[in-house]
Design a protein around this ligand. Sequence first.
Ligand SMILES: [Zn+2]
Length: 148
Amino acid sequence: MPMFVDTSPPGQCIFCKLVAGEIPSSKVYEDEQTIAFLDLGQLNPGHTLVAVKRHADNLLELTPDEAAAAMRTAHRVAHAIRKAYNPPGLTLLQCNGKEGDQTVFHFHMHVLPRWGDDGIGLSWPRKDPARDVLEQYAAQLRAAIAAE
Ligand SMILES: [Zn+2]
C-alpha cells in the first residue's frame, strides 16, 4: 500500500491544489467533474489517478453523479492505457478511510496497468462463511438499501 500520507485539512489537500493548478501534475484528462493525472509513484508506467474536482473525502461523500463521472473517466483512462501500453491486466483500486488504506483524503481511484511479474500484491484473507451467514449479511444490506 502507498506510504505517503497527506495530512492537510480539507480544501488545502494536495489534490485540491493540483486541481487548482497550484502544484504541477502530469495531466492525462479532465472534464467538468473529474481530473486524471499520473501517480507520482508509477507502480507501472501509465499508473493514473482519477479524482473528482470538488473536494470530497471519500466515496461516501460523492454525489451519485460524481461517482458516475469518476467511473466514466476511469473507463476512458483504462482504454487509453490499453492503447498506449497493452498490458495483459488492469486493476482499479479505490480506498476509503485510513483503515481502508486511503492515504490522500480526497476521493480518487487508481487505474493501474498490470503485468504478471510486477510485484504488486493484495492480501485477500477469505473467511468463507456458511450459506445461512451469507444470507444474514445480504438481509442486512437489503434492509439498509430499502431504508435509503
Ligand atoms: Zn481536496
